[in-house]
Design a protein around this ligand. Structure first.
Ligand code: PEP
Ligand code: MN
Length: 268
């Protein structure tokens, strides 16, 4: 398999316009679950940039469990992401849900996110294999490591070798947390593949208070970065407010993460 470390022993480093993922620097992606309006995105971006984030996250096409929930701003959201990220010299990661949107999302984003619900959308994976942009491949809700590696293989087999894995928790019998964050997946992917892996403690736990401890643990376990939901007013967020942290919480977390990164010979 092209994703395998057996045929490619050295780590792959993915260069997102100068931001390198998979090397000795931990890369932090942060921003709201959904892009809601200019002010919300602008306030978040300014703050996370000042705290050390390199990449702005935000959903414009939202795959929601209920059809009656906020579905995202679509193209308008993509434009806001690009405009605000450029103002603060940040890169953009955002989800693509439909292969027919590829040209549109590629135009505005630096990294194309495949959401958990789309990990085995093989038509989408094949389309992304033809893209020149890096892909953030989230682990499926109930996907095994082998199924996840095979999903990445679809993209590499199509010709795009820029894949970043993202562990975001899996479904288990536990209901206290939204998902069970599987940090052993970081060690497994590092052993089996040369591609980088980041961790999403927000969807992994679904609980604001767990973001800091799980972020520290993720870095200690060898993850190449984190993707964290941050909202200026989580209590009124249109999606995932209960797992979103405030700008101040994020700032404090970033300070704590520096010592964890240094302890394992990495920097942030
Ligand atoms: C998201 O990043 O907002 C998201 C929908 O994540 P996931 O696909 O992991 O549920
Ligand atoms: Mn979310």
């Amino acid at each position: 398999m092209l994703v395998s470390r057996k045929i490619h022993p050295q780590d792959t480093i993915i260069d997102v316009g100068g931001v390198k993922i998979g090397g000795d620097e931990i890369i932090i992606m942060a921003g709201p679950c959904s892009v809601e309006n200019f002010e919300q995105l602008h306030e978040t971006a300014e703050s996370v940039k000042n705290s050390g984030a390199k990449i702005l996250r935000g959903g414009a096409f939202k795959p929601r469990t209920s059809p009656y929930d906020f579905q995202g701003l679509g193209k308008e959201g993509l434009k806001l992401l690009r405009e605000v990220a450029d103002e603060f010299n940040l890169k953009v990661v955002t989800e693509i849900v439909d292969k027919d949107d590829l040209e549109l999302v590629e135009k505005y984003a630096d990294i194309l996110q495949v959401g958990s619900r789309s990990m085995q959308n093989f038509q989408l994976l094949k389309a992304l294999g033809k893209s020149s942009k890096p892909v953030l491949l989230k682990r499926g809700l109930s996907a095994t490591i082998s199924e996840w590696l095979n999903a990445a293989e679809y993209i590499l087999a199509g010709g795009n070798s820029q894949v970043i894995f993202c562990e975001r928790g899996i479904r288990t019998f536990e209901t206290y947390t939204r998902n069970t964050l599987d940090l052993s997946a970081v060690a497994a992917i590092k052993e089996l593949s040369h591609l980088p892996i980041i961790v999403d403690p927000s969807h992994g736990t679904g609980r604001r208070k767990m973001i800091a401890p799980m972020s520290k643990a993720a870095i200690a376990s060898g993850a190449d970065g984190l993707i964290i939901e941050v909202h200026p007013h989580p209590e009124v967020a249109l999606s995932d407010g209960v797992q979103s942290i405030t700008r101040d919480d994020f700032k404090n977390l970033m300070t704590d993460l520096v010592s964890v990164a240094n302890a394992i010979g990495k920097k942030i």
